[in-house]
Structure formats: C-alpha cells, structure tokens
Design a protein around this ligand. Structure first.
Ligand code: ZN
Length: 100
C-alpha cells in the first residue's frame, strides 16, 4: 500500500499570504478631476500619481475638462503651502476610503 501524500493540502493555505496588498479605488472626481474614471492605488501618493497620469492622458487627447483640471493643478503647485494643505486633506479622504 502506498503512503498518502498530504503535502498538497498545506500548499493551498500558504497562498493566502500573498493577498497582503490593499488597493483602494477612488474616482477621478474625488481626486478633483472631472470624470468617473476609477483610479487605483496602495497609498495616497500612488493614487495622486495615477490620477495625474490619467489627467495628462486625457488632456493629451484634447479633453477640455481635464486640460482645465491639469492647468489649475499646475498653478496650485506654485504655492507649497497650498500643496501641503491639499495633500493633508487628500490623505484624510484616502484613509477614510474603504479597501477594495
Ligand atoms: Zn478623469
């Protein structure tokens, strides 16, 4: 009689540890953009970066709403105090957002 191999059972349970990455999802609008595109990110910084990439992509396609958003964002960047306040406000909103 052959011995029963139980090693495959433990392999299944160890796979759950790979899901430790928590993504959050916000819309372009929540990021002060102008559409309902879903933006994903693990951190507030990543979320902002991804929303800027989306904004630049849409602006490059000639989307007037996003061109305006990107313009006003660029002007806001000249004021470090305003950027700091915006980041703090956004971090609070990001933290309040449920994980996917
Ligand atoms: Zn958008």
């Amino acid at each position: 009689m052959l011995p029963i191999d139980n090693s495959s059972a433990s392999d299944i349970s160890s796979k759950n540890t790979e899901q430790a990455i928590y993504m959050k999802t916000m819309t372009c609008k929540q990021l002060y953009g102008s559409c309902d595109e879903l933006i994903h990110g693990e951190t507030a910084e990543e979320m902002i970066k991804n929303s800027q990439n989306h904004g630049m992509e849409m602006a490059a396609k000639g989307d007037q709403d996003h061109i305006q958003v990107m313009d006003s964002m660029k002007q806001g960047m000249n004021d470090p105090e305003a950027v700091k306040q915006w980041m703090e406000k956004f971090q609070t909103e990001f933290d309040a957002q449920p994980e996917d």
